[in-house]
Design a protein around this ligand. Structure first.
Ligand code: FAD
Length: 269
């Protein structure tokens, strides 16, 4: 429960309302994490919020977060300037099962800010590229100017990731695909019999993606999704993030879709 002070080292604007922050521990040890884990992050005095780690798990000890400024806490975090100190607890949560995906094709399906929690998984998969079959990223944003890590997508493609991007709407300058992410699933090239998928994005996107994957024969035991629920403690004490019999902070945020399906079928749960 005790937060550690981290100093903001650098800050990069990704989109109009989203920043990537690089933090460094002030005195304490560097934070080791697995792809898909999150911290409870705070600019002092505005509340703590769960934010996924978006940095390289094999990186050199800096803590990287990509934050969309939507409310009090996230706006204060994004307003921090280099040198400012933020509070960090964690890392928490069940990570993406990156090692268990060895030997097969992996589909990475992201919507909007959902690419942030998947970035460490992408970097881990690419760092061990030979262990996997085809690696495919299907990424959708609302519009071209809402796409995260735009500069890195080409670099990832050069390192062996098949990248397909779509946007909900765009002006005439956009020469890429327009449409929702689940549609990309049908077009993607991969070995259906030997593929797994990792998903993060709006729940509706994940539901339609799961349906498209199921049509291709990929069942809920081979699909992993990161869930978002309102969280306060991050360590399974307060119960705010309950989802059926599970607590998202402790038992998630990454679940096999098969574990979730029956709870997500219940409205407003
Ligand atoms: C496990 C986990 C990982 C997360 N990882 C990230 C991450 O990497 N980057 C990131 O930016 N956010 C992430 N979030 C979401 C983030 O925690 C929330 O955006 C944050 O709690 C909002 O707090 P706030 O005080 O800024 O806004 P609030 O005052 O709580 O909300 C302000 C307004 O924004 C709306 N809102 C809240 N959250 C969202 C959202 N996610 N998208 C759109 N509208 C929203 C609220 O409904 C409200 O209308 C994650 C959440 C979870 C559970």
């Amino acid at each position: 429960m005790v937060p550690a002070p981290f100093a903001l080292r650098s800050k990069r604007q990704e989109t109009a309302d989203t920043w990537t922050l690089e933090l460094e521990p002030r005195g304490g040890p560097a934070l080791e994490f697995a792809p898909g884990q999150f911290t409870m992050l705070s600019a002092f005095g505005t509340g703590e919020v769960p934010i996924s780690i978006s940095g390289d798990p094999d990186g050199e000890g800096r803590l990287v977060h990509t934050v969309r400024a939507v409310g009090l806490a996230t706006k204060a975090i994004c307003a921090a300037a280099p040198g400012d100190v933020l509070s960090v607890r964690g890392p928490f949560g069940r990570p993406w099962p990156v090692d268990d995906l060895t030997g097969g094709d992996v589909l990475i399906v992201a919507g909007g800010i959902g690419l942030a929690p998947l970035r460490p998984a992408i970097l881990a998969l690419l760092a061990r590229r030979a262990r996997y079959g085809r690696l495919v990223l299907l990424y959708g944003g609302r519009s071209p100017d809402q796409l995260l890590f735009a500069g890195e997508l080409t670099e990832w493609a050069d390192r062996g990731l098949d990248v397909a991007v779509t946007v909900d709407s765009a002006g005439p300058e956009w020469l890429g695909t327009v449409g929702v992410v689940p549609r990309l699933v049908r077009r993607a090239q991969f070995d259906h019999a030997n593929a797994s998928a990792v998903l993060c994005g709006p729940e509706v996107m994940m539901r339609f993606t799961v349906a498209a994957l199921a049509q291709g024969g990929i069942g809920g035991d081979r699909v992993f999704a990161s869930m978002e629920r309102n969280m306060q403690c991050g360590i399974g004490h307060c119960g705010h993030c309950q989802l059926g019999p599970t607590l998202v902070c402790r038992d998630g945020p990454v679940y096999a879709w098969g574990e979730l399906e029956r709870w997500l079928a219940i409205r407003e749960l």
